[in-house]
Write a protein that binds this ligand. Structure first.
Ligand SMILES: NC(=O)c1ccc[n+]([C@@H]2O[C@H](COP(=O)([O-])OP(=O)(O)OC[C@H]3O[C@@H](n4cnc5c(N)ncnc54)[C@H](O)[C@@H]3O)[C@@H](O)[C@H]2O)c1
Length: 254
């Protein structure tokens, strides 16, 4: 009988955005349950701190929207063995302004990181999972990928693309034994959420109060509450869950 506390023993995978927030927490939890990981992020020092707590992990510092950097991560995976897990958590918030006030360079950067970065990770991992006989993908989208957002509309558009990219993989790769699901967190206490309020300046207090008031739970989420769902969706217990876009938001979108 396999140890239920080690659902990922012997599994190999890639986590992007592993130096902070949701990616960091997912990496720590996966490693604690036996996965051997390649940890990818722009933040080399942050990656090393996480890797020190993930037995057998390898770090690759790089830019998620650069194919050559993701290929380095894929080569590191190949050195570990057949990869069957992918979590894409690298992401940016981008400008908190109406669409008409977003600069072209801001739009391009946001879509490069959130959309192209997710695609590049899938492009690298899907053929490897096919070769390995299957695998599980969890992309990190957002509740703002399911409904429109008036405060950060460009981000909302980019996360909507992540939702449908993931669902497309779910339908295109099911017969290869690959499941792809996406999590759609609401406001979760991470450095990114604090960054939202910093960007909003004097509007921050009002927006934070509005976010809390609109949430049936009356609070923001903790990273562990997202990680629990990510690990479930990656695990064999979710063997018939494919193409889900799961809100993790205390009921905000209910
Ligand atoms: N925190 C929230 O409330 C929340 C809600 C919904 C969705 N999300 C999504 O969750 C994911 C993780 O966010 P978080 O809150 O943990 O934020 P975070 O800022 O704590 O972590 C994001 C990580 O991604 C890395 N990263 C950013 N751009 C990169 C790039 N170009 N190349 C490589 N790495 C890069 C950062 O260095 C950082 O380590 C993001 O995709 C975010 O959009 C967060």
């Amino acid at each position: 009988m396999p140890d239920p506390s080690h659902r990922f023993a012997g599994r190999i995978g890639l986590v992007t955005g592993a130096a902070s927030g949701l990616g960091r927490d997912a990496a720590l939890a996966l490693a604690a349950e036996g996965a051997r990981l390649v940890l990818f992020d722009l933040d080399a020092a942050g990656l090393e701190a996480v890797a020190a707590r993930c037995p057998g992990a390898v770090t690759v510092a790089g830019e998620v929207s650069r194919a050559a950097d993701i290929e380095r991560a894929a080569a590191a995976l190949d050195a570990l063995g057949p990869a069957s897990l992918l979590v894409t958590a690298a992401g940016l918030l981008g400008p908190t302004r109406p669409l008409a006030e977003v600069e072209e360079a801001e739009w391009d950067r946001l879509f490069a990181v959130n959309v192209k970065g997710t695609w590049l990770a899938l492009k690298a991992l899907l053929p490897r999972m096919e070769k390995a006989g299957g695998g599980a993908v969890v992309t990190v989208a957002s509740g703002s990928g399911l409904v429109g957002n008036a405060i950060f509309p460009a981000y909302s558009a980019s996360k909507g693309a992540v939702v449908l990219m993931t669902r497309s993989v779910a339908v295109s790769h099911a017969m290869q034994g690959i499941r792809a699901n996406t999590v759609c967190p609401g406001q979760i206490e991470t450095p990114m959420l604090r960054g939202v309020f910093e960007q909003l300046g004097e509007r921050a207090a009002g927006v934070e109060a509005m976010f809390r008031a609109k949430n049936p739970s009356g609070r923001f989420g903790e990273v562990g509450e997202v990680t629990a769902a990510v690990l479930f969706l990656l695990s064999d217990a979710a063997s018939y869950i494919n193409g889900a876009a799961l809100p993790i938001d205390g009921g905000r979108l209910a």
